[in-house]
Design a protein around this ligand. Structure first.
Ligand code: C2O
Ligand code: CU
Length: 433
C-alpha cells in the first residue's frame, strides 16, 4: 500500500536535458577533502521509553530511544544513514528538517521515495556542507510518528568550533509534559564560570514554545541553523520558538546559575550551575524579542523585489475535498491536500510567497529544500539581520512576505508544521518544471 516514488521531468521546455526522476536526484558519494563518512544505522521500532520524570510511555523510536541517536558531523563530512523499519506498520522515512539535501534524500513519502515498510530499508546520503542546528524526523504519518518519538537531532559544526559547553536541546511534549533534555536526559549541567556556552534549542512539537534564558545576557547567534549578522546582547526577553524551528543561544557562563525556562514553567526547564545558585524568577511578564528587528542588516544575494514567480497562500479552515471526500479541513486557497495545485518554478527563479492567515490558529509555515528570507510581517519590513528560516510562525490575521532562490531541483513539500494541520489538508508541493 505504499505509494511509488513519482517521476517528474526536470527542466522540460527549458533545456534539452533528459527526463530525471526525483528518485535519481541523490546525494554525493564522497566527503569533502579531509572529511569522513558519518552516520548510524537507524532502526524504527516500537519501544517502552522512560521519560526523565521516570514515567514510562509506549513510543515509536529510532533505535529504542527518544530522541533517536544524535547525528553530529563536521562541515564537509558525508552523512550516510541506513534507515531500517523493524515494526512500524504504517511505514517511516527520514526527513532532514531544514537541511537542503538533494531532493531524492528528502524523505517525502510518495514524492521522493516510497515509505519504508516493516522489514525494508533505505540509505540516505548527503554532504554536510551547511553548519548549524537541524533535526530529523519521519515524514510518513508524521502527525502520529513525530509525536510518538520518531525524531532526533542533526548538528553540523565548523572545523574550528570552540564552544566549551555545547548542548543540543530538543523540546518535546509527552502527554502534556514538556521535556527539554539532551540525550542523557539530564536537566542540570555544570558549566565553569567564564566558559563559552552554546544552547541549541529545537522545537519538535506542533505548537510554539515561549523560551526564556534567565540569569545571563545572551545572543541569538543562529535561527534555523543559519547565522544572524552581528546579533547584539539581550537580556530579560522571551523568545517564541515556532514548531520545527531552532535557536542557537550563546553566552559566557556567569558565576551564578542560568535557567532555561519553557512556557514560564519555573519548575521545569533546564539549569546550568556556575559557582553559586541564582534566584528563580517569574518570567511571565518579559516582552518577546522581535527577530525582524534584531541584528544588523546586510546584503542578500538576490533582489527580492523582482520575483520571477509569486504565490499567494491563504490559510483557513473550511470544508474541502481531502482524499476525494468532503471534510472539515485546514485549507490553502480554499483547498486541501492533495487537491491543492502544485507551485511551479524553474531552476534559478527568484520566488516570492505571500502567506495570509485568515484562521484563528497559528500556522508555522515550512518549505522543504530551501531557506526563505523574511521580507515583512503585516507590512512591516524586516530591518534587522537578514533572517533566513525554514519555518515561520504566521499568527491569526497576519500576512507574511518571504522570498527565496529556486536552486535545488525536485519536488518539495510546502506545508504547515503543525503536523495535524498538515495531515488535515494544509500541505502542497513546489515543483520545478
Ligand atoms: Cu519537519 Cu515537512 O517537515
Ligand atoms: Cu497550521
Amino acid at each position: 500500500s505504499f505509494l511509488p516514488a513519482e517521476s517528474v521531468t526536470i527542466g522540460s521546455g527549458r533545456s534539452s536535458r533528459a527526463a530525471v526522476s526525483v528518485a535519481d536526484l541523490r546525494g554525493s558519494g564522497s566527503p569533502a577533502r579531509g572529511g569522513t563518512v558519518r552516520g548510524p544505522v537507524l532502526t524504527a521500532k516500537k519501544a517502552t521509553v522512560r521519560l526523565p520524570s521516570g514515567r514510562e510511555i509506549d513510543a515509536w523510536t529510532y533505535n529504542g530511544e527518544i530522541p533517536g541517536p544524535a547525528i553530529t558531523a563536521i562541515q564537509g563530512d558525508l552523512i550516510e544513514v541506513r534507515l531500517r523499519n523493524a515494526d512500524i506498520e504504517d511505514g517511516v522515512t527520514l526527513h532532514w528538517h531544514g537541511y537542503d539535501v538533494p531532493c531524492g534524500e528528502d524523505g517525502a513519502p510518495g514524492v521522493t521515495q516510497p515509505a519504508v515498510g516493516p522489514g525494508e530499508d533505505f540509505v540516505y546520503r548527503f554532504r554536510a556542507d551547511q553548519v548549524g542546528t537541524y533535526w530529523y524526523h519521519t515524514h510518513h504519518a508524521s502527525h502520529v510518528g513525530v509525536r510518538k518519538g520518531l525524531y532526533g537531532t542533526l548538528v553540523v559544526k565548523p572545523r574550528d568550533a570552540d564552544d566549551q559547553v555545547d548542548l543540543t536541546l530538543p523540546v518535546h511534549t509527552f502527554d502534556g509534559t514538556v521535556v527539554i533534555a539532551g540525550r542523557d536526559g539530564r536537566t542540570e549541567h555544570q558549566a565553569p564560570p567564564g566558559a563559552p556556552v552554546r544552547l541549541r534549542l529545537i522545537n519538535t512539537d506542533s505548537d510554539p514554545h515561549r523560551i526564556v534564558l534567565a540569569g545571563t545576557p545572551f545572543r541569538v547567534t543562529a535561527v534555523d541553523g543559519r547565522d544572524l549578522n552581528q546579533p547584539g546582547e539581550v537580556s530579560d526577553v522571551a523568545l517564541r520558538l515556532p514548531a520545527g524551528g531552532r535557536y542557537d543561544l550563546v553566552f559566557l557562563m556567569p558565576d551564578t546559575s542560568v535557567a532555561l525556562v519553557i512556557d514560564d514553567d519555573r519548575d521545569g526547564g533546564l539549569r546550568l550551575h556556575g559557582d553559586s545558585l541564582g534566584e528563580a524568577r517569574d518570567t511571565s511578564d518579559l516582552p518577546e524579542l522581535d527577530l525582524l528587528r534584531y541584528g544588523t542588516p546586510a546584503a542578500v544575494p538576490f533582489d527580492a523585489r523582482h520575483a520571477d514567480r509569486h504565490f499567494t497562500m491563504v490559510l483557513d479552515r473550511g470544508v474541502a475535498l481531502v482524499n476525494g471526500q468532503p471534510a472539515y479541513a485546514h485549507t490553502v486557497n480554499g483547498q486541501g491536500h492533495p487537491g491543492i495545485p502544485d507551485q511551479l518554478v524553474a531552476d534559478g527563479d527568484t520566488v516570492r510567497f505571500t502567506v495570509v492567515n485568515r484562521s484563528l490558529e497559528t500556522h508555522p509555515w515550512h518549505l522543504h529544500g530551501h531557506p526563505v528570507l523574511i521580507l515583512s510581517r503585516d507590512g512591516t519590513p524586516s530591518t534587522g539581520s537578514p533572517l533566513w528560516v525554514d519555518t515561520f510562525d504566521v499568527r491569526p490575521g497576519e500576512t507574511w512576505e518571504v522570498a527565496f532562490r529556486a536552486t535545488n531541483p525536485g519536488i518539495w513539500m510546502n506545508h504547515c508544521h503543525n503536523l495535524p494541520h498538515a495531515h488535515q489538508g494544509m500541505m502542497l508541493r513546489l515543483r520545478y518544471d
